[in-house]
Ligand binder design. Structure first.
Ligand code: ADP
Length: 488
């Protein structure tokens, strides 16, 4: 347990007593591939370790699928599409998806604990945000399964066939839900690849799919690394690729499928502007800034990693922000008091540390929370840089860690120009008392999602996706169905 000394603590040395979540979950020693309704040995017989980033201990071994395994999975998915799932009525498909949603709710605590063990995110986040949203996505899309003709009046929506779905490590099960639920509702079958650092909850979900009686081959899970993902992308019998991950890999995927008739959605990186105007409710804004970049270790592609504060309130916002940062608890993800858990992997930890070094070398002014960090595990304190300029790498590049760069502005047009001056366009936040200012800003921000007087709020009914190098296509809501249908 981290001892968290706080400057706000006038009484001296105190910290919250540990409040660990029960870790009585069953994780197998070894996970095979899930193809055609069965657990099968990977052709290569290779397995890799999945590590807990907070303890650095090995949690399990996971199969490393190759091209041959992907081919088997695609064949199983095709068979299931043609034989069962593609022919099934929407009403019947919906029943399966509702059943899966209910079973996720029943096993929510177990899934949340495994998510925090494998991915490092605080249990509060996985228990209160990730897993409830996972269930909600399945509930929401279950409702659409028999209403596709009403969703697209005068069109004849048809399923696509086999969808290849590749997900990242930041919201391991939530990204799986974003992809599986609409694909299943629309009548497609699936070959899914979780991220190599965080495969466990997707593999646990397989138990739920089996218990729900989902027909064999409808969902196949092929774990592995980038080469496994590439084999899915390049397989000739895959009709649709849905990818969430880095812009670099997104570009590789786009090149790989150019000239084919594969449908594609890409949800890539971000460098969101969180903008605080002088008429904003300051305390609320400070909480939104903290939520936007520090909770979940900044492991959110839509993280509010660039803060723009109007000059007249910059001093007070930064002072309040530093005070709030000081009260954040960094430590054991399974402790219910923890605000900031572990960075997801050793590689990502090194990337974040390197960006902090770059920020200092570029001349920005560095500040971090003063808490002690656990001796083991990949932990980084919440960090902020002031005196940042537009050209600094920490203001331009995606860091994916609890590192905030702060800039100031005077006018609305100045902040719009600065906020849009990025290759990305996934999300943004605006804090102001004036509704008219919100509407003016939302029309001018080149960002797929703009939050007003809140941040990082998700809902299955609301579409999510980016502009520019943040990708294309939308996930969530009615728009999310479009990505899995041929509308003629
Ligand atoms: P991040 O930086 O968020 O880890 P990546 O883009 O590296 O994002 O990884 C996201 C997902 O894409 C992971 O499941 C990873 O294994 C997979 N992946 C990596 N390289 C490729 C590739 N060339 N083709 C397809 N999938 C890939």
């Amino acid at each position: 347990m981290t001892k968290n000394k706080s400057k706000l603590d006038f009484a001296g040395d105190w910290s919250y007593a540990p409040a660990p979540e029960s870790t009585k979950v069953k994780i197998d020693k070894r996970y095979k591939l899930f193809i055609d309704g069965k657990w099968v040995e990977p052709t290569s017989k290779k397995y890799f370790d999945t590590i807990s980033p907070s303890t650095e201990e090995k949690l399990a071994e996971v199969a490393w699928g190759n091209e041959k395994d992907v081919d088997k999975a695609v064949k199983a998915a095709r068979k299931a599409y043609e034989g069962v799932w593609g022919k099934m009525s929407g009403k019947e498909r919906g029943k399966y998806i509702y059943r899966i949603a209910r079973m996720i709710q029943e096993r929510a605590r177990e899934l949340a604990v495994i998510e925090s063990m494998d991915g490092g995110k605080p249990i509060r986040e996985s228990r209160d945000v990730d897993i409830p949203l996972v269930a909600n996505h399945f509930f929401y899309y279950a409702g659409w399964a028999d209403k596709l003709d009403y969703a697209f009046p005068n069109l004849r929506p048809k399923s696509l066939g086999v969808a290849g779905q590749i997900v990242p490590w930041n919201f391991p099960l939530l990204m799986v839900a974003w992809k599986l639920a609409p694909a299943l509702a629309c009548g497609n079958t699936i070959v899914l690849k979780p991220a190599e650092a965080t495969s466990l909850t997707a593999l646990k979900l397989v138990e739920i799919l089996q218990e729900a009686g989902l027909p064999d081959g409808v969902v196949n899970v092929v774990t592995g690394f980038g080469d496994t993902g590439a084999a899915i992308v390049n397989h000739p019998d895959v009709n649709k690729i849905a990818f969430t991950g880095s812009t670099g890999v997104g570009k590789i995927i786009q090149k790989a499928i150019a000239g084919t008739d594969k449908k594609c959605t890409l949800e890539l990186g971000g460098k969101a502007a969180n903008i605080v105007f002088e008429d904003a409710p300051i305390d609320q804004a400070v909480e939104g800034i903290v939520n936007g970049i520090y909770f979940n270790q900044g492991h959110v592609c839509c993280a509010g990693s660039r803060l723009f504060v109007q000059e007249s309130v910059a001093d007070i916002v930064i002072r309040k922000l530093k005070d709030r940062m000081e009260s954040l608890i960094v430590g054991d993800p399974l402790d219910k008091n923890t605000d900031i858990g572990a960075i997801n992997s050793k590689d990502q930890y090194q990337i974040v540390k390197n960006y902090i070094k770059i920020g200092k070398e570029e001349g920005a002014k560095f500040h971090e929370n003063s808490c002690a960090l656990p001796k083991k595990g990949y932990f980084v304190r919440p960090t902020l840089f002031t005196d940042v300029s537009q050209s600094h790498r920490i203001a331009q590049e995606e860091i994916f860690g609890p590192v905030l760069s702060v800039q100031t502005f005077r006018t609305v047009s100045e902040v719009i120009a600065k906020a849009n001056n990025t290759e990305y366009g996934l999300s943004a936040g605006i804090w102001t008392d004036k509704g008219s200012k919100i509407f003016n800003m939302t029309t001018k921000m080149r960002a797929g999602v703009v939050w007003a007087n809140t941040y990082n709020k998700f809902d299955p009914t609301s579409p999510f996706g980016g502009y520019k190098e943040s990708g294309f296509g939308r996930e969530g809501g009615l728009h999310g169905l479009d990505a899995y249908l041929d509308l003629g």
